[in-house]
Design a protein around this ligand. Sequence first.
Ligand SMILES: Cc1ncc(COP(=O)(O)O)c(C=O)c1O
Length: 390
Amino acid sequence: MGIYLDHAATTYTDKAVFEAMRPYFEEFFGNPSSQHGFGRAAEKAVMKARGQVAALIGADSSDIYFTAGGTESDNWAIKGVAEAAGSGHIITSAVEHHAVLETCKYLESRGFDVTYLPVDGKGRVNPDDVRKAIRGDTILISIMTANNETGTIMPVREIGKIAREHDILFHTDAVQAAGHIPLRVDELDVDLMSLSAHKFYGPKGVGALYVRGGITLSKFIHGGGHEKDKRAGTLNTPGIVGMGAAAEIALRDMDKNAAHEQALVKRLSDALLQLPESRLNGDPDNRLPGHLNISFGGIEGEALLTYLDMEGIAISTGSACSSGSSKPSYVLLAMGLSIEEARGAVRITLGRENTEEQIDEVIEKTTASVKRLQEFSPLFAQRRDKGSYV
Ligand SMILES: Cc1ncc(COP(=O)(O)O)c(C=O)c1O
């Protein structure tokens, strides 16, 4: 099928995960809420998965609520706090995923105030800015653990400490980070954390929200009394079992996978950053292990994506939700890139199954494609002829 380098969009489902899920489609298909053996078997599996997901983030299993993915978890965390408070002020950042930004915009339309904090050139929020933005009526701080376009890891621990000092709830969207870097909710002073299984080799359409015990969060989906009467709907037993299995494998293999991905990313970036007018976007030191975001001067990232797609190599230009739109990335613009630099960006996200041979092929094909595209670029040609590469 080619070379897949778009793991931030989604990952394949691990074979062992798929095998763990299978019996819950075929044999143990009971409704986990049912009072008979079929139901109890399913419920037991859900309990096991709750423990596996909790272990991934150092949480208590009774604080894990299963959802239909990261988007739902983000919506629930933010709207749930807002609705329980009734009114107030929310602090977030300009580079959050749409699942957070659009939820905040919706809440603004309902009378809540939202501060969108800026980021620095590496894509990091300054914890001092968080402190300064706090008001008497601030009800929630929501800052992502790591960004989906650049992989930049935010100073979550420092922000959590500030939130705790001020007695304000702290939510972090850990959808990209979970399963890839160590996360412990207590060490980070996190009250709410969003997770999604398909970003760490689990199935799509299943996620979790960690809600620290004792926090009042309004009910998200009304109906039966599932998930402690907070999120109604028959539980997706196979998906939940898959998320649990994927969490256990991710925790077990985290160091090994990170070292493997980091080495391949280094090989790739060392080569691609040799190209004229190339620049690394994001934090060189605090980045998710598989993430690489690079801009090439004078070209459109979309064109490079298309060239590589024709060679069977899958990359992206930003988040999967906004790709296809020709707008430059709001994340990169918030980091201070020019429109040309943002348009020339591609996101290459590696996974545990990628090999050195694949990366060498990607280096060769990307180098050739960038050179060809730059040759066609009047902007690039002008600067080259004047000897003034940017
Ligand atoms: C940072 C971040 N938050 C939330 C989401 C949404 O997660 P899901 O696809 O599970 O709805 C994504 C998915 O790309 C993401 O990268």
